[in-house]
Design a protein around this ligand. Structure first.
Ligand code: PLP
Length: 834
């Protein structure tokens, strides 16, 4: 039976007050009437009006935290890929309907207003987006939490496509101001770099380590509210800005002072200037290490100061605080905590270590060697002399432990030491000093235990655990796909919004023909919405009746966008050879940013666009294949894309993708996965059933086996498979680059040439090609049977319950963080403030 639509909207939101607040803001911020204001100014006015509502809840939450003194998690992360705040805040206040009505009554379109907000893109991809989903879940579940990060002046670059090439344009996201942020100068902290360490005897006869001759910056926090869904809880994302410490007179005749003042001003300016646009890749830049220590030192100092405002025994710090390290990027937190405990609170080494190892926990996000952070000793000790001393001592003691466990085994020390071969190995530090090491999907955690971190696992098995990633259904279904969200709610009620496993009640509708039609109709409307976006942004017309086959994620060789486009070339050849063959029209949609210095990634973008130019305009193809590269893939257009996808491309080389989270967002929106048994795909298939997905290719064991035995020989495939050979030859014979046939030779070489790359086809693209093509044939056949497809798609939605970040966070809480649940005394959401 179909349930009555239950929107779970708050009834206490005061629409009239809200309208007055918007008008008032337009007047006082811009001295304008609504008619005179620009769309951006209206967005700002609406943003401030929403913040006004949020602020009350924020205050109440923190008063309650003060009273209840719950344990708090500090989620330390270089990246938070938040996406737009306005719509999400309105959704979580349960005020979408009254706000939309208020806007209508003022003659405004809420969608247009939302579109004015720049995407806060303080992250690269999955890792940063995960951090944002986690914050949403922490607030919604009612746990005290801070996200701690950097207020980059320029976030992830804006991608423009010119002549098919990626161009990076600076992302000046703060140019119009951010209505949601709150500057908190009262919590500023000094962070010191360089100089040297001296031992000084103080008045009590204690010898103290002091850093001297340093340069420093002032870290100023900006707080952003993280609104829980419908519970009045508002946590804080605290991002740090840097300002110069003006302790010198700039007119001083003392050259040393002047020089130092200028250097400090530059340090402050540079440190938060820009996010490094590398995903899963370590570049070893000095400024990056400065960024890491900058936000960590400020965050750790403030966490301790906050704790000491309420408690008097720093030795029990861990009873009230956990630091979760999002990858190794924040690992200096371990040594910074030791430093403060010893140098400022005079704890002994043993006491400080006891606190540290009970406070810090580490999440591993990748097994790929090029992503592992290893800092040269020279750089590290010069920039952070006291921190380096502390790490040396941690290392010395850790090596003693290794020797006790494996007497005489030098190999273990070589493989596990924190400092070795002139490098500081951040993952080893995080594992030695953390109470927990977690992977982000079951397969990934198993690979960590059996392969990459095997020595550590054998020595400290109790630290290792898995926390399969998750996503927030509030942003990626409720906000991003309102048609489907309403449909789901109409069928199973609205509990799924805060309890996603309840969405499994949809299963009973999977075989219902009427439901199948309704579902396909919603998908169609979402495809029309995306088709309009593509027409506006790419000038390409796509047919919403074609299969929307989508691969959106960072561009990386291991994610194998190259496999996808080579397969498009293969299909193109088939259709050219047999124009009359049966073929269901398909739109291949890509979206991906490449790191600025990643040549093969950038050339893959050019290849996709070059194939698009040829295929989209070939009269023989006649629109049956369309290729679209969506410019500037980011959270805001991701929401549109997931909603419109039929097919979700999750085709990474097995073993390389730690989890993936895009895969979960597609599933939640009813796309069927074509993918390898990698990362969380394994668990997705387990939930939905192999018959509702298209799995192909080498297993992670097979890939690892090949790798351990020196790879495989792709020339055999090239020689024996004419289809593959033809596609590869098209990379170097000018088919897609008539004026410059050599343009894609590096891609060709990466697949075949062992001389230039020393290992050919490291990502097993040719090895998996035929299996992929076969899986794609199955996709096409399945789509022809609309009822079967609809059934599978509904089942994907219905089986997505496991992949909510609410579940992931609850696991962290139950098994690692042990936070106290906070309930506000009375619901304060959107309360009448008159
Ligand atoms: N970038 C954006 C904007 C996203 O929304 C997501 C989604 O999770 C990702 C990157 C990560 O995608 P994937 O897990 O497919 O690598």
């Amino acid at each position: 039976m179909i349930k009555k639509k239950d929107t779970q909207e708050s009834s206490s939101f005061d629409k009239e007050l809200f309208k007055r607040s918007v008008l008032y803001n337009v007047k006082t911020l811009y001295r304008k009437t609504l008619e005179e204001a620009t769309p951006q100014q209206i967005f700002q006015a609406v943003g401030y009006a929403i913040k006004d509502v949020v602020i009350d809840n924020w205050l109440t939450t923190h008063k309650e935290y003060d009273k209840q003194d719950p344990k708090t998690v500090y989620y330390l992360s270089m990246e938070f890929l938040m996406g737009r705040a306005l719509g999400n805040n309105i959704i979580n206040l349960q005020a979408y309907k009254p706000v939309k009505e208020a806007m209508d009554e003022l003659g405004l379109d809420l969608n247009v207003i939302e579109d004015q907000e720049p995407d806060p893109a303080l992250g690269n991809g999955g890792l940063g987006r995960l951090a944002s989903c986690f914050l949403d879940s922490l607030s919604t579940l009612g746990y005290a939490a801070y996200g701690c990060g950097i207020r980059y002046r320029y976030g992830m670059f804006k991608q423009e496509i010119r002549d098919g090439y990626q161009i990076e344009v600076p992302d000046n996201w703060l140019v119009d101001g951010n209505p949601f942020e709150l500057r908190r100068p009262e919590y500023a902290k000094e962070v010191k770099f360089g100089g040297y360490v001296n031992v000084r005897i103080d008045e009590n006869g204690r010898s103290n380590f002091v850093q001297e001759g340093y340069q420093s910056v002032r870290a100023i926090p900006y707080d952003l509210p993280i609104v829980g869904y419908g519970n009045g809880i508002v946590n804080t994302l605290r991002i740090w800005d840097a300002e110069a410490i003006e302790c010198f007179h700039l007119d001083s005749f003392d050259k040393g002072d002047y020089q130092k003042a200028v250097e400090q001003a530059n340090l402050a300016k540079n440190i938060v200037e820009v996010l490094y646009p590398n995903d899963n890749h370590y570049a070893g830049k000095e400024l990056r290490l400065k960024q890491q220590y900058f936000f960590i030192s400020a965050s750790v100092q403030e966490a301790i100061a906050k704790y000491m405002r309420k408690h008097d025994d720093i030795r029990k710090f861990y009873e009230k605080v956990t630091f979760q390290l999002n990858d190794t990027h924040p690992t200096v937190a371990v040594a910074e905590l030791m430093r403060i405990l010893m140098d400022e609170y005079y704890l002994t080494w043993e006491e400080a270590w006891n606190v540290t190892i009970k406070t810090c926990a580490y999440t591993n996000h990748t097994i790929m060697a090029e992503a592992l952070e290893k800092w040269p000793i020279e750089l590290f000790s010069r920039l952070l002399p006291r921190i380096y001393q502390i790490i040396e001592e941690i290392n010395r003691r850790f090596i003693i432990k290794i020797q006790e466990m494996y007497p005489g085994n030098q190999e273990k020390i070589r493989k596990m030491a924190i400092i070795y071969d002139g490098q500081v190995k951040m993952a080893h530090l995080a594992i030695a000093a953390g109470f927990s090491v977690n992977g982000v999907a079951r397969l990934h955690t198993e690979i960590l235990k059996k392969q990459e971190l095997r020595d550590f696992y054998e020595m400290m098995p109790e630290k290792f655990n898995n926390k399969t990633n998750g996503i927030t259904q509030r942003r990626f279904l409720l906000h991003g796909n309102p048609l489907l969200a309403d449909w789901v709610t109409a069928h199973v009620g609205s509990d799924w919004i805060t309890d996603l496993p309840k969405i499994s009640k949809l299963k009973i509708y999977a075989d219902d023909e009427k439901c199948q039609q309704e579902f396909m109709n919603i998908k169609y409307q979402n495809k029309v919405r995306l088709a309009q976006y593509i027409l506006e942004h790419n000038g390409i017309e796509v047919d919403p009746r074609s299969i929307f086959d989508v691969q959106v994620k960072r561009l990386h060789e291991y994610k194998r966008q190259l496999l996808n486009i080579l397969h498009v070339m293969y299909l193109y050849n088939q259709l050219k050879d047999n124009p009359e063959m049966e073929f269901f029209p398909r739109t291949f949609i890509f979206g991906a940013k490449a790191a600025a210095g990643y040549y093969n990634a950038k050339m893959t973008i050019k290849l996709i666009n070059s194939v698009a130019d040829v295929v989209n305009n070939d009269p023989v193809i006649n629109g049956r294949i369309k290729v679209v590269f969506i410019e500037n893939y980011r959270v805001s257009n991701a929401e549109l894309i997931f909603a419109a996808a039929d097919v979700s491309e999750q085709i990474s080389t097995a073993s390389k993708e730690a989890s993936g989270t895009g895969n979960m967002k597609f599933m939640l929106n009813g796309a069927l996965t074509i993918g390898t048994m990698d990362g969380a795909n394994v668990e997705i298939v387990e939930e939905v059933g192999a018959e509702n997905a298209f799995i192909f290719g080498l297993s992670s064991d097979e890939v690892i086996n090949f790798e351990n035995n020196g790879g495989y020989d792709p020339t055999e495939i090239f020689n024996n498979d004419p289809d593959v050979r033809r596609v590869l030859m098209q990379l170097i014979n000018g088919t897609f680059a008539p004026n410059d046939p050599d343009r894609f030779r590096t891609l060709y070489n990466s697949l075949l040439n062992t001389i230039s790359t020393n290992k050919a086809d490291m990502y097993f693209i040719l090895k998996d090609f035929k299996a992929y093509a076969e899986a794609q044939r199955k996709v096409e056949n399945a789509y022809r049977d609309e009822k079967r497809w609809a059934r599978s798609a509904i089942l994907n939605v219905a089986c997505s319950g496991k992949f909510t970040s609410d579940r992931t966070i609850q696991e962290y809480v139950d098994e690692l963080w042990h936070l106290d649940k906070v309930v506000l005394p009375k619901k304060v959401v959107g309360k009448d403030k008159t």
